[in-house]
Design a binder for this molecule. Sequence first.
Ligand code: CA
Length: 532
Amino acid sequence: MPALSTPPATAPLTISMDDRDNVAIVANDGGLPAGTVLTSGLVLRDHVPQGHKVALVDLPAGAAVRRYNVPIGFALKDIPAGSWVHERLLEMPKARELEGLPISTARPGPQPPLEGYTFDGYRNPDGSVGTRNILAITQTVQCVAGVTGFAVERIKKELLPKYPHVDDVVALEHTYGCGVAIDAPDAVIPIRTLRNISLNPNFGGEVMVVSLGCEKLQPERLLPPGSIPLVDERNVADIGENAEARLDVVCLQDEAHVGFMSMVDSILRQAEEHLERLNARRRETVPASELVVGVQCGGSDAFSGVTANPAVGYCTDLLVRAGATVMFSEVTEVRDGIDQLTSRAATPEVAQAMIREMAWYDAYLDRGRVDRSANTTPGNKKGGLSNIVEKAMGSIVKSGSSPISGVVPPGERARQKGLLYTATPASDFICGTLQLAAGINLHVFTTGRGTPYGLAEVPVIKVATRSDLARRWHDLMDIDAGRIATGEATIADVGWELFRFMLDVASGRRKTWAEHWKLHNALVLFNPAPVT
Ligand code: CA
């Protein structure tokens, strides 16, 4: 629980995360000038910008600088009390070795179940539940993107008005499919990502594919027999025990197509079959345990770990208590807290799976001759985050305090409930794309610097770490967690607010700002394999 010096916000306000910390961050908008006297009597020697750290005691050269009661760096020279502690004064600690980690040693006990919370969703043939009713058009290769995009515009104009119970039509555009080493071992990641995205709960089990014809990623390789759910007898290729869903493919190089419009007409004709079935669906009341929520952060600042991420972490615990699924990700942002995670693993197998994902990613970064420190951005540093260790300590709190019950490798679909570590890079677009593949029906995104991020496939709820950002971006941010820093709201208040907002958004009763403005980022596949 962060310790606040005195509110109201106009007085000098600093926040330390743990009694043993020897730095605190300045919370005031615009920072605090040199000469400011803090409530403790400490006088600032420098101007300290908002979100940046001030030394609470004299830090001799070599001393550990502690925030979250963790060494986030070592002083490169003597730093007197009251100084601005910025990244140029710190040496970053080495990454924790992956050997000898605590395994399931601090597994939290069960929390009381949270019962009686529901939302209105779309029940799917495979048992999953959608929060939106969307026709998705899967593509095997980037070559077809222009034609599909053209057809989707026409579907929106000409067909959607006839099917009022369908929320949207989305082309799953990506840059994969050809010009890639498709038999490389790591190519399994982008391929299964695309497959699992087309099976996302928000698409109702309707799978429609547009293919070019000559591409490496052939439709049968993308969606092999047996991978698509049986939606309706009309899409079944056989009957009885051999029943198998027929893959609906529009192939542009098919000889039947004469001219561009013939391709577009084929796509429209096929789309209409799916739209009819989707339009017949209705929302039904389902328990909150059917939520599958992906959490991530982007454009983080020093407040991320003080306000928005702890509120998300609180909400994560509520969701887990309600029996729902929550995924946290972003490997470079949890790498420095791996010991916290392995100790919270529900079983030794889960801890080992987490270590395996970290080791794989260490090797992946090493191949590119970088390490986890390549994560931080100029904006993170301007926002007061000195390095990846400090960023990670603030990021990891999104995972709350529940036991970690499973690990989902990149591109795989989650097959269990509870708190899951879904291994993805921290890149906002790649993380979002991989969480879509893992089966999320809701996405929560925290930001301090501010980003208009959104996804066409699932609603994205954006949580601002600072009230200043929430005020300026009043029609982009859904939740203001900055009130935690000023003492106007508690972490629990904002956690509950987010939980209730999620149920409303999941039910379609409310839209997020990104949905309202149709702000959609591209799908970006994680392809660690070579291109050709
Ligand atoms: Ca991110």
